[in-house]
Design a protein around this ligand. Structure first.
Ligand code: PMT
Length: 471
């Protein structure tokens, strides 16, 4: 009798627990659907109205498929916490007119649902190797054949190991083994898993098999207190990398055969072993210019001060700290066809850097005598023997932006100046957007506010035009 009572209580408890779990799952589903609808609403307002009729969309309001024949991406979502970023990646791709078809591993479905991915991609999501529907309709060979490029994001340590060793025990790995298309992996994992010898061995193998990589980046991990290299690249970085892979062969691009030097980021001028004079430049504008030039086929040398950005793909990166180191690196990288100076170089450095940390305690602040740094832009623009054909400077101003930029153009001897307002309200230092004025000998052109990536692409497009005219 007692045993019955006890078992009844356990069963009741069990039922209550199940009910609670069912309610929680329903709540989670509702909030996931809300989130998806919000992404869809903003996607719908951002995306140009598509001409083609909508195909199967999981949720009402899903943006229809708009891909063109050359821009079809097969996105394989692996099982990691970064899988949530893949939903945004789908959205970013669709904004740019890519058709996106999604394959999800079993593990991925623990983090995001096929419903959410299907609603944003506007297509059925494929999950099973032995799904009779999908084998009849779109088998794994066809999934690969109909894509122009395959992206794996997040690529977990386990997926990397499977691909490196040719496994094909689920749909994702079968597609990857069967494909003849370019594959881009965006790894995401705990920093210790990334640095593990096995993962690094797999990375070397995959690279030598011709697989391309974007990231992982350095930073805070989803697990509390974890920090290091292992964060999945941001969706826009993945988009830029795949656009680079899909671009024309390098030899056919307009800057093929041209050498471009770009400076980026701040310089740090040491005061003592622990202190320095620096500024708020993030390197976003300079790095975007280097990436845009490389995307047009140029051989790019990026000389950068200390920044927390990943290296743009296809670019040679030289890291320096001080203005004098930046000048030495730029001079070493010459000759070049084009030089673009987007770095925020410190105008002054301390006359005497102390070898030991300066102590406080004497009651008086130490005197800091300053001296002027070499002007890298002016040195290169005025070089008699090694001046690139096109020298472009930037002007960071907080008042009379265009007037001061014109003065800098004349004083520094460059061909163009890109002037930007860097007052704190503009948010240009460190931000993602910029409003610039292109100042040349023939006048001033004011461009609308846009992303730094767009500024970079427009500037490089102008460079291409200028070179065409010179031919
Ligand atoms: O890095 P972000 O956060 O993306 O921000 C972008 C930016 C604001 C840094 C960028 O758009 C920009 O304006 N870069 C130039 C910053 C600057 O130092 O401007 P300036 O007006 O002080 O210098 C004029 C030009 O001379 C610049 O091309 C600069 O690189 C160059 N210069 C300056 C001093 C020096 N000693 N050597 C130089 O080469």
């Amino acid at each position: 009798m007692l045993r019955n009572m006890a078992s009844l209580t356990v069963r009741q408890l069990d039922d209550a627990l199940k009910e609670q779990l069912r309610r929680r799952a329903a709540r989670n589903r509702r909030s996931m659907e809300e989130e998806v609808r919000a992404i869809l609403r903003s996607a719908a307002s951002d995306v140009d109205a598509p001409a083609s009729p909508p195909e199967s969309a999981g949720l009402p309001g899903a943006p229809p498929r708009t891909e063109t024949a050359t821009r079809r991406i097969l996105l394989i979502i692996g099982g990691g916490i970064a899988a949530y970023k893949s939903l945004d990646l789908i959205r970013r791709l669709r904004e740019r007119g890519f058709g996106v078809r999604v394959v999800m591993t079993n593990a991925a479905q623990q983090f995001v649902t096929p419903l959410a991915a299907g609603a944003i991609s506007g297509d059925k999501v494929f999950t099973d190797l032995f799904d009779s529907d999908s084998e009849f309709d779109v088998g794994h060979i066809r999934l690969s054949r109909e894509a122009n490029l395959i992206v794996v994001a997040p690529a977990t340590a386990d997926l990397m190991a499977k691909i490196a060793n040719g496994h094909a025990d689920d749909l994702a790995t079968a597609v990857l083994l069967a494909t003849d298309k370019r594959v881009l992996l965006a790894p995401a994992m705990n920093p210790r898993m990334w640095s593990n010898a096995a993962t690094q061995r797999n990375l070397t193998q995959l690279r030598s098999d011709g697989i391309a990589f974007i990231g992982p980046n350095q930073g805070e991990m989803a697990e509390r207190g974890e920090h290091g290299v292992g964060r999945m690249a941001e969706p826009l970085e993945i988009v830029a990398a795949l656009e680079g892979l899909l671009a024309k062969p390098k030899a056919q691009r307009p800057l093929a055969g041209k050498r471009v030097i770009v400076t980026s980021g701040p310089t740090y001028e040491p005061i003592d072993p622990v202190r320095f004079i620096g500024n708020r430049s993030s390197g976003k504008q300079g790095h975007a210019i280097a990436a845009a030039a490389a995307a047009q086929g140029a051989e790019v040398v990026l000389v950068t001060g200390p920044v927390a950005l990943p290296d743009p793909s296809g670019v040679s990166v030289i890291r320096i700290e001080s203005a004098r180191e930046m000048l030495a690196a730029v001079e070493k990288a010459l000759p070049a066809d084009i030089a673009i100076f987007a770095a925020a170089v410190a105008d002054w450095r301390v006359v005497e850097t102390q070898n030991q940390k300066i102590k406080k305690g004497s009651g008086q602040a130490p005197p800091l005598a300053l001296t002027e740094n070499p002007d890298i832009l002016a040195t290169v623009a005025k070089s008699a023997s090694k001046r690139p054909a096109l020298v472009i400077g930037f002007a960071a101003e907080t008042e009379q932006v265009i007037q001061h930029a014109k003065e800098k153009l004349a004083k520094k001897g460059c061909d163009w100046i890109v002037a930007n307002d860097v007052s704190p309200e503009s948010g240009v230092f460190g931000g993602d957007r910029n409003t610039v004025h292109l100042v040349t000998a023939s006048g001033v052109e004011s461009w609308p506010p846009q992303s730094k990536d767009q500024v970079a692409k427009s500037l490089i497009a102008r460079v291409v035009q200028a070179l065409e005219k010179k031919k």
